[in-house]
Every structure is written in C-alpha cells, then in structure tokens.
Ligand binder design. Structure first.
Ligand code: ZN
Length: 137
C-alpha cells in the first residue's frame, strides 16, 4: 500500500465561511499516483471543519446561517472567558474535522453536487491548513 501526504493552506476572510477546496484535493490525488484507495481530508484545527456538499451560493449562505443558529456565537459560553471563540470549537466538534472519500481509477468518487469545503468557524485567518492523505495502490 502506498501512502501520499500533502498539505495546502488557504486564507479565509469571514468569521464563518465555506471555502471550496475540491481542486486542491483532486490535485493531490492526481499527484499521488494512487489509482484505488481512500483520500482523507483533514483540518488540523480545533475551530474549523470539513464538509462535502453542493457549491451553490444560496445554499452556502444557508449552511452558514444554520451553523450560526446552532453554535450561537453571541452566547456567553464559558470558554469565551479565556478565548472568545467557543462557538467555533463547538462547530468543529459537531461538524467534524475530517471526511474520507473513495479513490477509484485515480480520481475521487463524488457526486455531481458534492464539492469539498473547509469550514472556517473563527475567521478571518491568514492561514488554515488542510491535510490530504491518500492511501491505496
Ligand atoms: Zn478557543
């Protein structure tokens, strides 16, 4: 089994934001030379997450609105006493830091309306890393 490890970084411009990283993931899978296996997309951050869904501007705004509703950024969370970002940690914990996608014939298996997004929950940030690991043969 081959293991290919790749890391990219993106800049975010809003407090809660979805950044399409599909092209980065597809590029990494292409570079890996792995035909069949799995691809792990992982955000090594306690205040970010990874989701797979449709890249449609209205829907992206709807997802951001729903996240805000769930994580309640304006609530006086206990963690805010030391670090004003409890909502972002909660969002990351609920949504999750990683997604696993199948790799078949050298490409990610995904639906037509499935793009891969980094979810910024405590932006804006100059640098958010995404770890892409491809395992297979
Ligand atoms: Zn914190």
């Amino acid at each position: 089994m081959k293991v290919f490890f790749h890391e990219v970084s993106v800049t975010t411009s809003r407090r809660i934001q979805l950044i399409d990283i599909t092209h980065h993931v597809e590029e990494a899978v292409g570079k890996s030379g792995i035909a069949n296996g799995v691809c792990i997309v992982f955000a090594p951050h306690a205040t970010a997450a990874v989701v797979v869904n449709e890249h449609e501007e209205g829907l992206i705004q709807d997802i951001v609105s729903k996240i805000e509703e769930i994580v309640e950024p304006e609530r006086s969370w206990r963690h805010n006493i030391i670090d004003d970002n409890a909502h972002a940690h909660i969002g990351s914990a609920i949504i999750g830091s990683e997604r696993v996608l199948p790799v078949r014939k050298g490409r990610i298996v995904r639906g037509t309306w499935q793009n891969i997004f980094l979810v910024e929950l405590d932006g804006p940030r100059k640098e958010r890393n995404i770890v892409i690991e491809v395992l297979g043969e």
